[in-house]
Design a binder for this molecule. Sequence first.
Ligand code: ATP
Ligand code: MG
Length: 213
Amino acid sequence: MTIIALINQKGGCGKSTTAVHFTYWLATQKKKKVLLVDADAQQSSSEWLEGMELQIPYKVVQTPDDLLELLPELALESDLLVVDGPASLAEATRAILFRADLAIVPVQPTGVDLRSASEAVRLIKQAQSVRSGPPTAAVFLSRAVKGTKLKDEALALLNKTKEVTILKTVIHQKQAIADTSGQPATVWDLPSRPAKESAREYERLFKEIFAML
Ligand SMILES: Nc1ncnc2c1ncn2[C@@H]1O[C@H](COP(=O)(O)OP(=O)(O)OP(=O)(O)O)[C@@H](O)[C@H]1O
Ligand SMILES: [Mg+2]
């Protein structure tokens, strides 16, 4: 019944990677009936789920009209709907925000990415105003490199904002995560130590998100 959306019009920030890992975590760890809605023209998350050993249901819904109309219907059939938002299309993102209960914004620690995150927060605030409340929203730092000034500065800047919740967990840039989509698999399926570290980061992040529901 609950709709959680990964949104940010900036490409490459980790929406699809997070959506697939979150959907997998909800299905396996929380035993939820979950559906991934792929709203991205590249259809990377649905192809990813299609190729995985554990079959997790997904549906491709892409136009703003279809998203607006179909999301409530699809939500009735599952405990949780995870929406993988598109890059660049403001209208599709807006449609998703008119239906989501919770909007999560992954943001990379660069100036351009931080500006695009504030654009996403603007769309979220518009939806909250129209809907007199929802969606609840949170931002997390994605693909950060440990020990860099860029990461520290981005965190300091994000933590100054009062407009939206900043999640405590940071997802770091790791080759193990980049490798998962090609397999296709998740970090929980890979045996390496870096994959285990990333799995722990995702678990912390998803527990934080789950606690917001
Ligand atoms: N934490 C990470 N460490 C390393 N690589 C990552 C990480 N997160 C994502 N990636 C890689 O970065 C690229 C972009 O990630 P992803 O496709 O999830 O972003 P996206 O926001 O969905 O992009 P788009 O807006 O184009 O759909 C992919 O190649 C992915 O494997
Ligand atoms: Mg994507």
